[in-house]
Structure formats: C-alpha cells, structure tokens
Design a binder for this molecule. Structure first.
Ligand code: PLO
Length: 417
C-alpha cells in the first residue's frame, strides 16, 4: 500500500482570520494548541468558583435588557441588536472586564466587522478549496480582510490597555490570565515558550476567538429562539406557565432553577437541534487513517461534519422539520439529555465547544428573564419571522420585528428589572 498523500489543511479564509492558525478554533492540533486551549479553559472557568460571578454578570445584563424592552412600551422593535449587546457584555466582562452601553460606537463597529467576517469566513467557498484563486480579485476576500483588520485594531487596543494596567496579583479577565501565562512561560522556561509559542499573535487571536465565538453563537441561538417562539405561541405560553409555577413573580430566575424548568430546557435543546448555530461545524482533520462506515478516511484529510443532516435525519427524528420541544422530555415531563445519538449542537471530541457551559447558562437566563416578564408577539401587519436563515460560518437569522408586551403582574417597573 502506498502511503497517503499529505493533504495540507490549508484554508485561506480561516488563515486570514487567525494569522495562520494562531487561535484555538481554526488551528491544527499541536502541543501549542493543546496548551492554549488549556489556559483558556481554566480562564473561562476562573469565574466559575461555582458559577456565581458569571451568574451575576448575566443577570445584570438580563435586567438591563428587560429595561430596554420596557422602554419600547410595546412598540415594534428589532430585538437582535439588544440581544447581541446583552450577550456581548457578558463575554466583554469575561475577556476585557468592560461593557457597552446602548449606542456605543465601538459596539456598532464590532457588529459591522463581525458581520463581514461571519458572511465570508470558512464558507467552503471556492477560495478555501482552491487557494490559488486568491490571486484573482474577490469581493468576499477583500470584505474579510477589511473586517479582520478592523477587528485586529480593536483587539490590539484592548491588549495594550491590559498590558499597561497589568498586575499579576489581580487577574480580572481572560486577557489578564493570558498575559500572566505568557509572562510565566517567558520567565520560567524559555524552551516551553518556543515549543508552545505563546506569542502576542497567539494571545490576540485566542482572545479574538473567545470574544467572536461568545458573541456570534449565543446571540444567534437567542434570535432563533425568539423567532420560533413567535411561530409557536403555545410553546411560549407553556414556558411562562412553568416559570410562574416554579419561579413566580417575586424574584428573578436563577441558574439553580434549571433543574425545575424542564420545558424551557427542552425548548432550548429543540432550538439547537432544528437550527444548529454551526450546521457544518467547523472543518476537522483526520489525525490518523480511519474509517466511517465503508469509507476510508486518509490521514490529514479534511473532514466536514454535516450536523444539519444529523439533526434533520428522518430515521432518527420523528417529523424532523417540526419544532417540538416534547422530544426532549420523557412521559413524566423530565428532561432527556440526548434522545438519539444524532444530536451534537456543540460538536464532540477534543474540539468540542469550549463555551458550552457558559452558552447554556446565558441562553437559559436570558430567555427565562424575558419570558417571565414579557409575551413576545408579531406586530400587526408584520410577517412571521423567516425560519430559513442565511448560511455563513454561523446560520444567521434574518431581521424581524417583535412586540414585547409586559405580562400581567409585571407592571411595576421596579420589580420587573
Ligand atoms: C465570529 C466573528 C468574529 O469576528 C471572529 C470569530 C471568531 C471565532 C468564530 C466566530 C467568528 C464564529 C463562530 C465560530 C467561532 C469559533 C467557533 C464557532 C466559528 C468567525 C463555531 C460556531 O464553531
């Protein structure tokens, strides 16, 4: 047998985004990748001494989001930027120990460059398959380069501020934690530094990943959730009844309520099934020769996982096109974690999503705060949201308008936020 030809895992667009794989999401497997992922993992969990601090941050943003919804006084609004700002502020607290107010120009800039990147990166476009095409003018490629340049400027500014204020005794966020790891690698063992390469580029790209992934993924899930709740008001009502019974009107929802709000949890699981954020996950590489069914997968082959088809496989799911949270509940109304093996909204294996726990906390708290206080309806004369979406590195939701009607019992604004 001849040995498998070496297939480079070369992707033009992800290399532009990550300075040739100096990040976590798009980098090849290597000791350096493993090291970075470990640091980020512990930094993400740094807030986790239990999850108290992160719960407080999310609740603060949920409260602020509800205040904004109240200020619209039942007028139609596009919830997308508000949901995105809430989610951004959580990940901003985590990465940079800051937050954005409504109308902040830096926030607007971030929305615009993120859109440019999401629309163009890893799209399995022709450029990704035939790298030599990049010598031809390509509108997508210049939009991507332009957007990445803007993102990098913002990241560099944040890094500079952190370097200037750095104090190893007071680590406030992920950027501090990475700076500390970089310094300790440099001071203690020069060799490690060379092997694992914790350079400034690595640091920037890693923070960029967490910031970008933290914003785009969770906000997209929330937008899909709202779109489906507008299509299925009976599901919304059932969640509200559960909230009224389990949480009531006197207090706001807590992470510890997750074990009690089975129907809400099932609805979230169903949103992640029917509209996975990342329908093709992100490209994987076979580290050794292997096989899937009757197919041989050569070492170094690029493997694209069709999560969409797993989540819509009629052999695995009854009426896969129907939105039905009940598939995630047993006959006693208890949560079933994975009713069939064809379910992996966060991927699996060593590249499994790093932010899964954080994302689940955010989705749960934001939705429970909103639905405890508001009923979401389609404004008169407006159409129901489009459920098809737009393909990019995440499955994007087309814009739609909502009315957030304050529910009976929440008229007192003081207690509502
Ligand atoms: C989102 C736009 C940002 O500007 C850059 C960025 C970084 C990490 C990416 C994220 C984007 C999109 C969602 C991705 C994430 C890494 C993992 C996550 C691809 C492009 C998913 C869904 O797999």
């Amino acid at each position: 047998m001849t040995s498998a030809p070496h297939v480079p895992t070369f992707s033009v667009t992800t290399n532009i985004l990550s300075r040739n794989g100096k990040d976590i999401a798009f980098a090849d497997y290597s000791p350096s990748w493993k090291f970075h992922r470990k640091i980020v993992h512990s930094a993400v969990n740094m807030f986790g001494e239990g999850t108290i601090a992160i719960e407080e941050i999310i609740s603060r943003e949920a409260s602020s989001l509800c205040q904004t919804l109240i200020s619209f006084q039942s007028n139609p609004l596009d919830m997308a930027p508000e949901l995105t700002r809430a989610v951004t502020n959580v990940v901003c607290a985590l990465c940079f120990n800051t937050r954005y107010n409504r109308g902040d120009t830096e926030f607007q800039q971030m929305l615009s460059y993120n859109k440019g990147i999401v629309d163009t990166v890893a799209k399995d476009s022709l450029v990704d398959i035939f790298p030599w095409l990049q010598i031809f003018p390509n509108k997508d490629l210049s939009l991507l380069k332009n957007s990445v340049a803007k993102r990098d400027k913002l990241l560099e500014k944040k890094l500079k501020e952190h370097e200037e204020a750095f104090c190893s005794e007071a680590i406030k966020d992920l950027t501090d934690a990475l700076l500390k790891a970089k310094l300790s690698v440099e001071n203690n063992n020069g060799n490690i530094s060379q092997d694992v390469g914790l350079t400034k580029d690595h640091l920037l790209m890693t923070v960029g990943d967490i910031f970008g992934a933290g914003v785009e993924t969770t906000s997209t899930v929330l937008k899909w959730a709202v779109a489906y709740l507008l299509h299925y008001p009976e599901v919304q009502l059932k969640i509200q009844e559960e909230l009224d019974a389990q949480v009531g009107f006197e207090r706001y929802p807590l992470i510890s309520d997750r074990g009690k709000l089975h129907y809400l949890e099932a609805t979230i699981a169903e949103v992640l099934r029917i509209r996975p954020v990342s329908p093709l996950l992100i490209p994987h590489v076979a580290m050794e020769e292997s096989s899937i069914g009757e197919y041989t997968i050569q070492k170094d082959a690029r493997v694209v996982i069709n999560l969409w088809s797993l989540h819509h496989d009629p052999n695995e799911w009854k009426n896969p096109e129907v939105f039905n949270p009940d598939r995630f509940l047993d006959e006693n109304g208890n949560r079933i974690y994975s009713p069939c093996p064809s379910y992996m909204p966060f991927g699996a294996g060593i590249r499994v999503c790093l932010g899964e726990a954080l994302a689940k906390m955010e989705i749960f708290l934001f939705l429970s705060w909103i639905l405890q206080r508001f009923t979401l309806v389609v404004p008169e004369g407006e159409q129901l949201p489009d459920l098809e979406g737009r393909f990019g590195v995440v499955l994007q939701v087309n814009t739609f308008k909502v009315i957030a009607k304050l529910r009976n019992g929440w008229e007192n604004i003081e207690t509502a936020t």
